[in-house]
Ligand binder design. Sequence first.
Ligand code: SF4
Ligand code: SF4
Length: 380
Amino acid sequence: MAVPVIQQVRVGAYIMGKKLRGVEKYPLVLMLEPLFRCNLACPGCGKIDYEDDILNKRLSVEECLKAVDDCGAPIVSIPGGEPLIHKEIVQIVEGIVARKKFVYLCTNALLLEKNLSKFTPTPYLTFSVHLDGMEAHHDKAVAQPGTFKRAVSAIRKAKAMGFRVNVNCTLFDQMSATEAAEFFDFCTHDLGVEGITVSPGYAYERAPDQEHFLSRKKTKQLFRDVFKHEGAKKWRFSQSTLFLDFLAGNQSYKCTPWGNPTRNIFGWQKPCYLLNEGYADTFQELMDSVEWDKYGTGNYEKCADCMVHCGYEPTAVTDTVSHPLKALRVFLKGVNTEGEMAPEINLDNQRPAEFVFEGLVKTLSQKMAEKEAAEGEKAA
Ligand code: SF4
Ligand code: SF4
């Protein structure tokens, strides 16, 4: 099953609890990035082009667990970089599992096979393996031949050892609907993974490979074409049915930018996982200081093309809890692939993009160096 029943129940109860208490803004998934260093250098990645001193930084176990406690989200996703490079990743995962939170450990799987014996299978832990299509597509997307075979071998081993495994893929515009359908068939029936997390490539500001990312219009058509394939109803996605319906152009959702807050070595990233417009020192400061209404498609130029799950899945999940019959209908009938699409959000009044990133990283690096120097002096 894509999402364990216990997770569905917990997340449903968490949302209902927030609604009953009148809390308007609450996180669903904490994006915890304990490091940026990776053992691959994918052209589409915006995370790994920092200077070495930044790539060598790590969040400690204590910092990670404090972030989990402060945020309170029922699900913790650990992207990177490559989390398996972090020497204390096992303790970080164990600490989160001990808190009965659901961990998705995102990995390119190059180090997975040799590290599997350090982890214990549990419904609270899912390895989320980055695979961007079948062999030729994937190896090209990550710019290294042989990675698909290694990732697939690690997935099979993990499954045989009783671990839950998801495949996490980004669709780029070089992939046809037929190729995407073949890949989803492979993941579901051959690899037998619990679920697939799919994200349309989105030209977020730091991704160097802007030209191959999908725009909203292309995204919707591609997903309609993909879902037309025979057998589409059997694919197991770890995302809500209404999010898939949104990808196929059947829902006019607005982004929920606070749904997946990000904690990394710099602090709490403003406003979301994809954009980087400053940092808050604490989770509460993040929630209080960001002017959330200034973000999302229609509000901000940088958000115009975004349909990524970190902003729109929380909207779809909240809609599912509020309108379970609508979600059930889509689940039973399958995603609609014909007819008019839901109205698009008007972009006429969006504010222009602000480019603050380079200056920001310089300031943050300086601040971190000063802090370390001060701590060194204190210790001496
Ligand atoms: S595996 Fe992920 S983190 Fe590593 S370079 Fe590729 S996209 Fe970036
Ligand atoms: S639309 Fe939402 S998730 Fe996408 S970049 Fe903007 S704020 Fe982030």
